[in-house]
Design a protein around this ligand. Structure first.
Ligand code: F0G
Length: 458
């Protein structure tokens, strides 16, 4: 087999600044050892997120110029609506400025205090939005999804038995809807099988509970189904996505991922009452329903991007980059989540840094070591990000301690990945030297973004 090449040529470049190790140590200290507080230009390879960080295609840039900035009923809205309807098949389409705006309005219109919102795994903003209105965001990931080493194809699946027990325990009236996140970002970027989507839908239908898909990475999920699930090899990624959405009653979307755009999101649903309630709050919070917080040019770029994300050759290349890093880590015995995810490789900080107890944040230790060693910026998904407290207010450990290296779409080339592998390997060799951390300041919500740390030797 020949090398899988990037299915594009580069028409425009953006310089990367490479600062010295001593400068990086100083910058990290100034940022209170929280990489979210670093300046982006001080990060040589920025793998903090795959969200809004992708490179747009020439077709998207051309589409930008066609942006119709009319307040109501613009041509750009018509194009956006048509593409979103083609992909999702849903009756009502509402643009939002990004995914969490759709989640926020969904939560404020449909969730009452004390109600339960199940998911395979809530993303942090989704959980925060549900909890902000008094809901309880619960995860029902299949047991394989919690095993970081077992190599099975669909580790993002929902645990059906546990979901059904939850519905029976709390009562149907306490579950306004159930969510399913594709791919499952917080569980390692793992896909959900269409058989599982179908089964979740069948179970919910029995109780009359609507299914809401968190569709941020729907095209990557469709690619995994094409490659791994029997019966889908002859289907296009668009057909697979359409089948997936056909089982849902609504969906939230961040177009900063598989919309291949730098900003944007949407909410779609079939229910007229949901649509009416959503629209009323959308106007208040985001804007008129035909632009919903976006410029006409953004709607244009997303309309093109959604279809580009479903191009098979693009997904083959994208997955090859993730696989490449995964294979190199495997060869070196560096612990990470297997199989590798759709948009990221997740290092397993518990096994990488066993000397650091979970509440001294091994993930922060690893993230900071990668930055100092090579200017790589990753993100902790562990006890800091998922910080929970028990009834006595004591901090609880997260079951998983991961560091996510997320891949911006169409941005970095193979030599960037080769450099990244060298840096990870150097950190691996010095792993005994890496300190733990404690928090010296934290805000009330989503603490990982802005909290401060200091290092402690354990
Ligand atoms: N749902 C999932 C599964 C996500 O990964 C994200 C964002 C959102 C919802 C919210 O979308 O950012 O447009 O408001 N994830 C980014 C990340 C931030 O880095 O994984 P948003």
């Amino acid at each position: 087999m020949r090398t899988i090449i990037e299915p594009f040529r580069i028409k425009m470049t953006e310089p990367i600044k490479i600062i010295s190790r001593a400068e990086r140590e100083q910058k990290l200290a100034q940022a209170h050892y929280n990489v979210f507080l670093l300046d982006a230009e001080d990060c040589c390879i920025d793998l903090l997120t795959d969200s809004g960080t992708g490179a747009m295609s020439d077709r998207q840039w051309a589409a930008l110029m066609c942006g119709d900035e009319s307040y109501a009923g613009s041509k750009s809205w018509k194009k956006f609506e048509a593409v979103v309807k083609t992909v999702t098949g849903m009756k009502h389409v509402f643009p939002t400025h990004q995914g969490r705006a759709a989640e926020g309005i969904l939560a404020q219109t449909r969730v009452k205090p004390g109600q339960i919102i199940p998911n395979n795994s809530h993303f942090d903003t989704t959980r925060a939005n549900m909890e902000y209105v008094g809901g309880q965001a619960l995860n029902f990931l299949c047991p394989e999804g919690l095993d970081l080493t077992i190599d099975v194809p669909f580790k993002g699946n929902m645990a059906l038995d546990a979901l059904e027990r939850c519905i029976q325990e709390h009562g149907v009236g306490q579950v306004p809807f159930c969510m399913l996140t594709v791919t499952n970002n917080t569980g390692g970027g793992q896909p959900v099988a269409l058989a599982n989507v179908r089964a979740v839908k069948a179970l919910l239908q029995k109780y009359g509970i609507p299914l809401v898909i968190d569709a941020c990475r729907f095209a990557e999920n469709a690619y995994f189904i094409h490659e791994r699930e029997d019966g889908y090899q002859d289907k296009s990624l668009l057909e697979i996505a359409q089948e997936m959405f056909s089982y849902a009653d609504a969906a939230t979307m961040s177009c900063k991922k598989d919309g291949l755009a730098n900003i944007g999101g949407f909410f779609v649903c079939n229910n007229d009452e949901w649509a009416e309630d959503f629209k009323n709050l959308l106007i208040l919070r985001e804007g008129f329903p035909t632009y919903g917080g976006l410029a006409g040019r953004d709607l244009e770029a997303i309309a093109v991007g959604l279809m580009e994300a479903l191009e098979y050759d693009y997904q083959v290349y994208r997955h090859a980059t993730v696989e490449y890093l995964g294979r190199k880590l495997l060869e070196r015995g560096i612990p990470h989540v297997r199989p590798v995810g759709g948009h990221a490789v997740f290092l397993d900080s518990k096994r990488f840094l066993p000397q650091i107890p979970p509440l001294h944040y091994p993930g922060i230790g690893l993230v900071n070591a990668l930055y100092v060693e090579g200017g790589i910026r990753g993100v902790e998904l562990g006890s800091v990000m998922f910080g929970r407290r028990d009834a006595q207010g004591r901090e609880m450990e997260s079951p998983l301690e991961l560091v996510r290296l997320a891949f911006p779409r169409r941005v970095y080339t193979q030599s960037h990945f080769d450099y990244l592998i060298e840096v990870i390997e150097d950190v691996w060799k010095q792993r005994d030297q890496i300190p733990g951390y404690r928090i010296t300041y934290q805000p009330k919500f989503l603490r990982h973004f802005t909290c401060h740390f200091e290092s402690i030797r354990v």
